[in-house]
Structures are given as structure tokens and as C-alpha cells.
Design a protein around this ligand. Structure first.
Ligand code: F6R
Length: 609
């Protein structure tokens, strides 16, 4: 939800900021802008549209020349995407960029209007610039910031420059991520590490209610009262390559192809001597034995990974698992407490609703376990126990490899859960873990079938609506397949438990409506085939995604993608199968002329409610 950057150093600031914004564009792409000191003046260039529009504007109007500045890429919340609503916002002696939502902006705006301030935009963010200016006196920026922060309610990561200080950038955060990059004679602020990875791997995480000052002396940190504090430096494990397309036309395709490697890496990191082992992260068999129930809460794709995990944990460990949408869980007064395990799943580790659900679970005394892809993210640090998935940097807005590593690690958790509760013995634990270890190879075989996925996509390109159906694990996977397809192709799609269709939705089946049926689960395949026949009888165009060798009666299926899972247990096939669904979604998006990396209206990191 918006990306912010800031730079102070000897390089061409415009280039550094634009570079950083390009890496953060996944966070929002409604508009963009930069403000750079040219001598003692601040030159601001901003425009509605993606960064390409910004680049064109810089060409037309001239690039600001300087060494200190801030930049922003926007995902609109308050006020439509327009030039005026684009950041940076300036008022008086202050220019800011903001990621988050100022919840009390209306009352602050009224107060500031009464003090004589006028507003140029419809954003909530502009009040921050005005308030900072209001509190700015005696050339003391830190005082202005600490006073302003006292007044703000909501979430923010702010980059701030003061006209009187052409060699300084300030930043502060509460609820939205902000990282400080520390290079040789230069420093950076950014919403995410890739924005400055090209220049330095050394970084410091700013916590809520902390302030940082970049100046020619280096970086200095302060608490909310303006008292200087010291902070731990870390070194980023990601490298520059991860933030590049490396010859692929889109990040999404690159990330799909990375799945065999990242699944392997994640599995290796969580197994010892051929069995899952979570003792290093503090999760013991004793704990797993003691839980009465399990909740899994997350948003979007991460929540759908949770549904696969529910099926696996319940099947193997015989412990009840409820999967709840995080934005519901946080407000539904859930019956959760001590002796319950709450698992939160998040790629970014910053999703506002997931974080709030985690906070609630902690308040209620439940044990909390986070499955998170970004080390040291807010959720990773907040949970009692954390499984770090090793997908590496995921840039495409549509999540692919993060989902795969989420379900891979949750399978291992299900196995260990079952073993700890004596629902399976040590031999079975080893056997299941060995089966899972084969999935990277199976995934590779499926990714190699991208031509067939592209052909299926070509059959969907002119449809406006379609359905995914499946039972059991196939249903869990249908939810993810449908989300992936709709979010980047803009084809309306719904996922249904195959047996549920006839309870209402089947009335929507008409001649040639595509129904993608996932039919991999042997024990219920006949039931699924009956459902395929029901839709076929009503004119549907039936596409079957099934195990190699599955047979259907003549005329049931119009198109078939047979996948070779080898000897893989039915329970594990969602892991390779999802790759075929991702490829179908990817090619559907391309064939419809969309940009799969940046689907409309979406942002990768949803740090507001
Ligand atoms: C869809 C997608 C989203 C995210 C969701 C949660 O492709 O990426 O549905 O899964 O916004 O994000 P994280 O996992 O970062 O909490």
C-alpha cells in the first residue's frame, strides 16, 4: 500500500529514488512522485499513473538535480488517483511522503484550516505536512515531528524533508513498514529492502514510534520523545538478482519457475534426519500435544494456503482446525484462548488485518505461530514462534512461490503434529516427509508443461465468467486457482466445492461456460466426475486437471491436463498442481493484454485495513 523512499548521499538522487520506486511499484502504482533538493530549493515532480508516466514527465520537465530527496508510489485510499493527490505533498516549509492512513485526518484538517492552512489535495496525508509546518519553530525539525506524531491516529510510514535543511531526510513510522539503508557515505529510507539493495545490504528496522534522521554525519535514531536511541544493524540476505527479472518477461513467470528451488530450500530448513523438526524455533512435541484446537488466520492466497493446511492437519493429527479470514477474525470475538494454537500465514509479514488477528490471539492467551516469508517483518517479530519460509523476494503482486512454500512448511507441521499426538508413528512420519521431499521434482515436471497451460489459457481468453470446482484438497486448491486467475486476467471466476454447485450456483451454468475441475483425489474422484457430468449436461465447457491416466466417460471432458505426480500421496498433490493453475492464470492475463505483475486496483502489501 504505497511505497516510500528517501536518499541522502553523493549519487544522482533522482536516479536513486526512481530506481527505488521501481522496486516498490508492487506496493501501488496509481501515481508516483519525487521531491529533490536543488540547492536550497525543493523541486517536486509527480503524476498520476504508473512509473512509466513519471519517467515521461521527468523527460519532459527535466530531472531534478540533487543529492537529497524523497519519493512515493501510491495505492489510492483517500482521493482518486490524480496529479494533485499524488505524493510528495508540501505545505509551508515541509514536504512529505506517506504510506498508511491517518484516521483522524478530518478533525486535523478542520483544526489546520482554522489556523489558516489551505489544502491542495483530497488526501489524508496532506494534513501531516501541514501539522509538521504548524509545529515547526526555531529551526527544530525533531520537535515538529515529535509534536506531530502525538496528534496522529492510524498508520504511517513518513519520509520528511524540511526546506531549511537541504542535507537531511527524516522518517518515522507507526504501523507501516520502514527500513533504513546504511551505505558508505550515503543512507536510504524505504518501505522495503529491495529499494536500496543495489547500493547497500546493511539496514536497520525502524520500529513503531521511532524516528530516524539521515544527514551528512550518518543516521541517528530517536524515540517518540526525541531522545536518541541506538539500533541494531542487520545484513540483508537477499541479493540484487532476486529483485530483477533475470531474462523473464515478468516477475510472476520468474517466481513460478523458482518454485522447485525455494520449496526444496524451505523443506531442507525445517527437516533434520529426514523428519520435520521445529525445536530450533521453539515448537516442541509437548506443545503440539497440548493444543485443544487450532485456528489459521490470514488473507487472500495465504488464507487459502491455510485451507490446504486445515485439511492436512485434521486428516493426519485429528485436531480441529478453523480457518478464518483475518479481517473477520479480528472483529468476530473468536472463542480462542489458552491451550489453542493460532497460526497466522503471511508472505509479507506486514498485512494489517493478519497482524491485528495475531495481536488479538496473543491478548487472549493463545500460543501464536507465524508462517512468514519476510524475516524480521512485524508479524514475524510479534508471534511467539515463527516459521521462516524461504521463497526469497516475491515481487509480482499475485503470490505464487510464497503460497508453495507456505503449504510445504504447513505440511511438515501437519506431519509433526500428527506424530506428536501419536496419530502416526515414526515410520509414517519418515515416509510422509520423504514423499514431500519429492515435490520439487514433480513441480519442475509440471512447470515444464507450460505450453499446455498456455493452450488452456487460450481457450479461456474470450470468456467473461468461469468456475473452478473440486472436492477436499482439490476444493482448497480451486479457491487459490480461481483467485489467481481472476486477479490478473480480470475474468470473473468462482470456486466451489464440487458437491455444492447444485445447491444454487448451477443455475449460472450455460452453454460454453468453462468449468475447470480439479480431480486429483482418488477416494472421491467418482463423486467429482458425477459433478463434472452435471455441468457438462448443462452445456459447460469442462476442463479437467487430473492425475495422469485418469479416465472419463466419452463426452464428459472437453479439455484435459493430465499431470504426472509419480507416486505422490493425494494429500500432497496441491503443491505441484498449483503451478499449473498459476501458469493458466499467467497466460490468461498475457493473452488478454494485461500486466500480470501489476493487476489493476491491487497492491502487494496491504498495510491498511
Ligand atoms: C493474491 C495475493 C494476496 C495476498 C494477501 C496476503 O495473489 O497475493 O491475496 O496473499 O494480500 O498477503 P500476505 O501474505 O503478505 O499477508
Amino acid at each position: 500500500m504505497c511505497g516510500i523512499v528517501g536518499y541522502l548521499g553523493q549519487r544522482d538522487c533522482t536516479e536513486v529514488l526512481m530506481d527505488g520506486l521501481e522496486k516498490l511499484e508492487y506496493r501501488g502504482y496509481d501515481s508516483a512522485g519525487i521531491a529533490v533538493f536543488e540547492g536550497r530549493d525543493i523541486k517536486t515532480v509527480k503524476t498520476r499513473g504508473k512509473l512509466t508516466a513519471m519517467k515521461e514527465k521527468l523527460e519532459r520537465e527535466g530531472r531534478p538535480q540533487g543529492h537529497c530527496g524523497i519519493g512515493h508510489t501510491r495505492w489510492a485510499t483517500h482521493g482518486e488517483p490524480s496529479d494533485a493527490n499524488s505524493h510528495p505533498h508540501s505545505n509551508g516549509r515541509v514536504t512529505i511522503v506517506h504510506n498508511g492512513i491517518i484516521e483522524n485526518y478530518a478533525e486535523l484538517k478542520q483544526f489546520l484550516t482554522e489556523q489558516g492552512y489551505t489544502f491542495l489535495s483530497q488526501t489524508d496525508s496532506e494534513v501531516v505536512a501541514c501539522l509538521l509546518d504548524y509545529y515547526y519553530s526555531e529551526r527544530n525539525p525533531l520537535h515538529a515531528i515529535t509534536e506531530t506524531l502525538k496528534e496522529l491516529r492510524g498508520s504511517y510510514a513518513l519520509g520528511i524533508i524540511f526546506k531549511d535543511f537541504p542535507e537531511r531526510v527524516y522518517a518515522a513510522r507507526c504501523g507501516s513498514p520502514l527500513i533504513v539503508g546504511v551505505g558508505q557515505g550515503e543512507s536510504f529510507i524505504a518501505s522495503d529492502i529491495p529499494a536500496f539493495l543495489k547500493y547497500t545490504k546493511d539496514y536497520v528496522l525502524l520500529e513503531d514510534n521511532e524516528i530516524v534522521r539521515l544527514d551528512t554525519e550518518g543516521v541517528m535514531f530517536f524515540d517518540v520523545h526525541g531522545i536518541q536511541i541506538s539500533k541494531e544493524r542487520r545484513i540483508a540476505e537477499w541479493d540484487v538478482e532476486q529483485a530483477q527479472k533475470c531474462g523473464y518477461p515478468h516477475y510472476m513467470l520468474k517466481e513460478i519457475h523458482e518454485q522447485p528451488g525455494v520449496v526444496q530450500k524451505t523443506l531442507d530448513s525445517l527437516t533434520k534426519d529426514g523428519i520435520p523438526d521445529f525445536t530450533d524455533i521453539g515448537l516442541t512435541d509437548d506443545m503440539l500435544r497440548g493444543f485443544n484446537k487450532v485456528f489459521i488466520t490470514a488473507c487472500g492466497t495465504a488464507m487459502y494456503a491455510g485451507i490446504v493446511a486445515k485439511y492436512a492437519i485434521e486428516k493426519l493429527a485429528r485436531v480441529p482446525v478453523a480457518v478464518e479470514i483475518a479481517s473477520e477474525f479480528r472483529y468476530m470475538d473468536p472463542i480462542v484462548g489458552e491451550n489453542d494454537l493460532v497460526i497466522v500465514v503471511s508472505q509479507s509479514g506486514e498485512t494489517a488485518d493478519t497482524k491485528a488477528a495475531l495481536e488479538l490471539a496473543k491478548e487472549r492467551g493463545a500460543k501464536t505461530l507465524a508462517v512468514v516469508n519476510v524475516k524480521y517483518s512485524a508479524i514475524a517479530r510479534l508471534a511467539d514462534i515463527c516459521i521462516n519460509t524461504l521463497a526469497g523476494l516475491e515481487i509480482a503482486v499475485a503470490s505464487t512461490k510464497a503460497y508453495s512454500v507456505q503449504i510445504a512448511s504447513l505440511y511438515l507441521l501437519a506431519f509433526r503434529f500428527a506424530y506428536a499426538r501419536e496419530a502416526i508413528d515414526a515410520d509414517e512420519l519418515k515416509r510422509l516427509t520423504a514423499q514431500l521431499a519429492k515435490t520439487p521434482e514433480v513441480i519442475q515436471n509440471i512447470i515444464d508443461r507450460c505450453d499446455e497451460c498456455q493452450f488452456i489459457a487460450s481457450q479461456l481468453v474470450n470468456t467473461e465468467t468461469l468456475f473452478f470446482i473440486g472436492r477436499g484438497f482439490d476444493y482448497a486448491l480451486s479457491l487459490e486457482g480461481s483467485l489467481k486467475l481472476k486477479e490478473i486476467s480480470y475474468i470473473h471466476s468462482e470456486a466451489y466445492a464440487a458437491g455444492e454447485l447444485k445447491h444454487g450456483t448451477i443455475s449460472l451454468i450455460e452453454q460454453n461456460i468453462p468449468v475447470i475441475t480439479i480431480a486429483t483425489q482418488s477416494h472421491i474422484i467418482e463423486k467429482t466426475i458425477s459433478n463434472m457430468e452435471e455441468v457438462k449436461a448443462r452445456g459447460a465447457f469442462v476442463i479437467a486437471i487430473c492425475r495422469k491416466g485418469t479416465t472419463f466417460a466419452d463426452g464428459t471432458v472437453d479439455l484435459k491436463l493430465e499431470l504426472d505426480f509419480g507416486e505422490l500421496n493425494d494429500m500432497l498433490v496441491p503443491l505441484p498442481t498449483v503451478c499449473a493453475l498459476q501458469l493458466i492464470a499467467y497466460y490468461s492475463s498475457i493473452l488478454r493484454g494485461n500486466d500480470p505483475d501489476k493487476p489493476r486496483n491491487l497492491a502487494k502489501s496491504v498495510t491498511t485495513e
